[in-house]
Design a protein around this ligand. Structure first.
Ligand code: HEC
Length: 261
């Protein structure tokens, strides 16, 4: 501020008032500048950073005991884990596993895996599953699930075929579990494939299995009027095709139900 402005102010107000006004204005400016934080500058910790504030020096804090982050309650055990809500007694005895000739882990009993899809099986769901299968699984498991994908042809361990009685009879919850948690030599895909997409892939695997054994398997419980009930026509055991109203979306649970895991 120049002297001349003081003079102008001085002539307008009484000198004392003018100085007080100036001081107040300066104080206000200083205060306003001191208190202001832009959104991008706000003090916050980045994930996994150090903090001197907490005794253990971790900025990230554990959830208070007994609490669940919003959207992560995941009460629906069938949908999120592929397991029955009430564990069978057999679960207490771990499933018998053995290794086959190619070193694959073979399990034939799945006491706690759910048998029925926890989502409506629609044509859209299967189409989505096909798309995801071709991105994530085909490289090893091959186009119809015989375990002869490109990576395997170039030397990776050969997975078991989906098209034998063991995996044909395996409940849907088992496939979901394998994708979520991995299996023997196979990595988990939970971080790459969302919960809903895992079910879509399982539906597609079932479709692949049926395609390789059309008369020997129960058809998919498709709930979509637009889907022709072809499987039930030549399959005496099929009772599951129902013509309820078409389901609009392939991902019936909202994304807000939580991230991928
Ligand atoms: C990098 C190769 C690879 C990819 C990609 C892969 N798998 Fe596998 N998968 C394997 C191998 C190897 C095994 C056998 C593992 C073992 O028994 O040790 C296996 C086993 C399985 C089994 C059989 C489990 C059992 O009971 O024997 C299923 C089901 C399966 N995978 C599903 C999937 C699905 C679905 C995807 C895609 C989301 C996928 N896999 C992606 C290599 C792969």
């Amino acid at each position: 501020m120049s002297r001349s402005r003081f003079k102008v102010q001085g002539s307008r107000f009484k000198v004392g008032k003018g100085i007080a006004y100036c001081l107040l204005l300066t104080a206000y400016c200083l205060l306003a500048a001191g208190c202001r934080y832009d959104m991008q500058d706000q003090p916050r910790y980045k994930a996994l950073k150090k903090s001197d504030f907490f005794a253990d020096n971790r900025a990230m804090r554990d959830l208070p005991e007994g609490t669940v982050a919003r959207g992560y309650l995941r009460e629906d055990k069938g949908f999120y884990q592929g397991k029955k809500a009430v564990a069978s007694n057999a679960q207490t005895a771990p499933a018998q596993t053995s290794l086959d000739a190619s070193g694959n882990t073979v399990v034939t009993t799945f006491p706690d895996a759910i048998e029925e899809f926890p989502v409506p099986v629609t044509k859209e769901l299967i189409d989505r599953g096909e798309q995801r299968y071709k991105i994530h699984c085909i490289v090893c498991h091959g186009p119809v699930g015989n375990g002869d994908g490109m990576i395997v042809r170039r030397g990776f361990s050969k997975p078991p075929t989906y098209n034998d009685d063991r995996l044909r009879n395996a409940p849907v919850g088992h496939f979901y579990d394998v994708i979520t948690n991995g299996w023997g030599k196979m990595n988990p895909y939970a971080s790459q494939v969302s919960v809903a997409d895992r079910w879509a892939i399982v539906a597609y695997i079932r479709a692949l299995q049926i395609s390789q054994n059309p008369n020997g398997m129960k058809s998919l419980p498709i709930t979509n009027a637009s889907m022709p009930a072809t499987n039930s026509a030549n399959n005496a055991t099929a009772t599951t095709v129902t013509n309820t109203a078409p389901t609009a979306t392939a991902t019936p649970k909202p994304a807000a139900q939580g991230g991928n895991r």
